[in-house]
Design a binder for this molecule. Sequence first.
Ligand code: MSP
Length: 512
Amino acid sequence: MNKNFYITTPIYYPSAKPHMGHAYSSIIADFFARSKKIQGSNVFFLTGTDEHGLKIQRAAEKKGMNPKDFCDEISITFRELSKTLNLTNNDFIRTTEERHFKSVQNLWNILEKKNEIYLSKYSGWYSVSDEAFYTDDEVENIDGVRKSKISSSQVEWVEEESFFFKLSKWEKPLLKFYDENPKFILPESRRNEVISFVKSGLKDLSVSRKSFSWGIKVPSNDQHVIYVWLDALTNYLSALNYPDVKDKLFKDFWPASLHLIGKDILRFHAVYWPAFLLAANIPLPKRVYGHGWILSGEEKMSKSKGNILDPIEIIKEYGLDPLRYYLIKEVSFGNDGNISQEKLEKCINSDLANNYGNLCQRVMAFIEKNLDSQIPNKIEFTNEDLAILENFNNSYQNLLDYIDDQDINSYINYILERLFAANKYFNDEEPWKKKDEIIRLNTIIYVSLELIRKITILLYPIIPASALKVLKVFEIKENEIEFKSIRNNNYLKYGKKINRMSILFKKIEKND
Ligand code: MSP
């Protein structure tokens, strides 16, 4: 089994401060990074900012700033957001860094040397907001404004000398690759979209621009800057010290295990990126997962639509773990999800405060009061006790598969089902009525503690700080968390004192 796991988020445009959509991609990526880490994988988790191109240049001009100063200012807010979101990223890359220039220009040189790039002229539509070229068929005229049918963003006509990448040549090899690697693009519905797009015929792709200068220069012709998507996608290699392919990071972590992206940028990751890599003879990433959008109202949240929810504000009001939990649980992974404060509050109250928080609180309070804060000593499991504990062992392989297939929905459903079972167990067994049957009482409490421990380990990648508060009760530290320990029914040491648990989640009370 390959123990190295390389996961990436998209690198974000620092054209404005981060919003909930960005936070979503990052939180999901962190969920996978933490999940793999506690399974014993050696994880490299990358995020960063995508700083070149006309979109950024224009945003800087609007503020009367030069693009580099502008990016410096906003990129910091994305870096800070990574900390606020408690991400475990190993690196934060900026495409304006020297290491990235070297890497992009190297890739360009290879493509040029291999005759995959030629000089010609581009005339067609371009969306600055998407940094994407569109064909006539992909553009519609709405009230006199030309817009992309795919993204609804405005397009403008471009005519200029440009280098082209021979994308058309890779149509068949790409289709063969998708066929041989059925899980390269997930979810399935997006894979089908990509395949039909490629089958409809690929045209050569314009990969340089001449009419502005904010970008990485084409090494052989300094009048051109490299197309921002060729530049941006290469970040995944740059962070591993490419072009030094003998570097340990590159050897250990390339090809990437998972590029996690939003569905809006699937074409770039699932068509252009593998084509560039095939042409340069660099191994292809193992998977591209295109998640859905966070909707505010019925629309995708974006700066131009003015419907942005600020993750920082939400975190200030409700805390980070509730937001992480909510985004991971309530947005059915792979689909779009509509978020609202009302639903967030409901989720905090019912799942976190009532279901999980209350179970922990009740069991801990009971031990403190009746068992002198000690993990019970003498216990005798009944078959029913063993069955509820063994469930985790029996489901172990499924849980690993859920993570490897990015099936977050099944993973979280399993947790919810186990939480329900654990609450029911504690209620039905009524330990408060068993004060004369000390062995039975001990056993009920021991089983309840083991259930809390196992569920908490499953919750750790979702709500890490809260899970750590619970694990602290048992003196389990972050670097000691092992996913496989959910198979163990006797992990907790008999007779050991437990620590006091700090408050987990506060219920949101309505003042009206
Ligand atoms: N810079 C490019 C990505 C280059 S990757 C080599 C880009 N940046 S972006 O800032 O516009 O968006 C990055 C990602 O943020 C999207 O792909 C998506 O993952 C996430 N989201 C942005 N808005 C979103 C929502 N409203 N909902 C969910 N995620 C969306 O594209």
